[in-house]
Design a protein around this ligand. Sequence first.
Ligand SMILES: Cc1ncc(COP(=O)(O)O)c(C=O)c1O
Length: 438
Amino acid sequence: LPITDDAVTFTDASEAFARDLDASDPLAHTRERFHIPGVPGSEADKASVYLVGNSLGCMPRAAAAQVEREMEDWRTLGVEAHLNGRVPWYSYAEALREPTARVVGALPDEVVTMNSLTVNLHLMMASFYRPEGNKAKIVIEDAAFPSDSYAVASQIVHHGLDPREHLIRLKPRAGEHTLRTDDICTLIGDRRDEIALVLLPGVNYRTGQCFDMQTITAAARGNGVRIGWDMAHAAGNVPTRLHDWEPDFAVWCSYKYLNGGPGATAGCFVHERHLGDNGPPRLAGWWGNDPATRFEMVPEFVPVPRADAWAMSNPSVLAMAPLRASLAIFDEVGIDNLRAKSLQLTSYLAFLIDDIGCDDLSLLTPRPPEARGCQLSIAVEHDAQGVHAAMGEASVTVDFRRPNIIRAAPTPLYNTFHDVWTFANVLKTHVSAGEGQG
Ligand SMILES: Cc1ncc(COP(=O)(O)O)c(C=O)c1O
């Protein structure tokens, strides 16, 4: 089906049509590769409708075996597993390099799996936020994820500057929910002499807006402004071409669309032009040193000419193991194929919400498919908490953001069109009942 417009692409809101869509879905089989959380109190095999892959992705069925193998190697080999494990721990992150690069569109040397997201953001800012004279400000969205707000403000303070003066917070135009690409690019151009760094999300956590990363990155680069992307809600959700688009850096977590499990080791991208000896100053630790000379234990740091030069500590093997299982599925399916299904799932969701035809419901997420990922954020005018409670009662897991936003993220690896239909049906039943009560 061509994806152009929600109402043009879909015209049938019946349950039977949802079943038909599932029956003709070429990616339907990937759901079997995941454990879908069950309905509390029901038989173990009754899966809930899980629409919160934007928060914590489902567990790949192969994940437990990956973790158990490392436990087994620890049990039987102890320290020897660093070099002689089935996947030697010394170079465990290597096994994640190429699949990660494929998911985010990077060269293998440009990515590293390490730490957690906010830590990586700080490490990147230590290198790429270098305030000089008047060129000292950071641009973020006013609606940035709180951890990002805290991180940038503390970096500004760390440089002896005042966030009240040095933080530019982008706000949507009056009456709008999301930022316009042109407005962002114009601001970067107009204030290029003041801006040291732009930090934006690939996809905003609250509105689901997918930013035009290519155009905004080009505007920053063209104006001599450094730019980094927080791809927490973009990695594994929307295809990106980080190498070609040329941002300075990007960071993401692995527990959302990448299904790496709670606290999974995060990801980081540094563009090729910054790698090697000519890179910017960085905070260093022994894991950023060339592995060939790491155990010579000399005090001079020899950065490996890869994004790994920013790695500091030996990474948690147990926090990386589930990610191997998930990335293997991404490799089998391909991020572009996943995106094709995702566009259909989310378009179908938008169509069903429109079909309810209730003034109480409005979408915060932009309409053009290229301006959104899996997630739709739905503002519910009256009794949003009641809608959320009704979802819980129907075993539909979605999340609620105060004051009145329901976020639903059908995820192409494991959600069905029938999941989407079920969600919309609960929504319809609840808002219709509300209307009946006047
Ligand atoms: C956009 C964004 N930035 C930062 C974070 C913080 O992530 P972490 O706790 O892994 O540092 C999150 C977590 O959900 C997020 O969604």
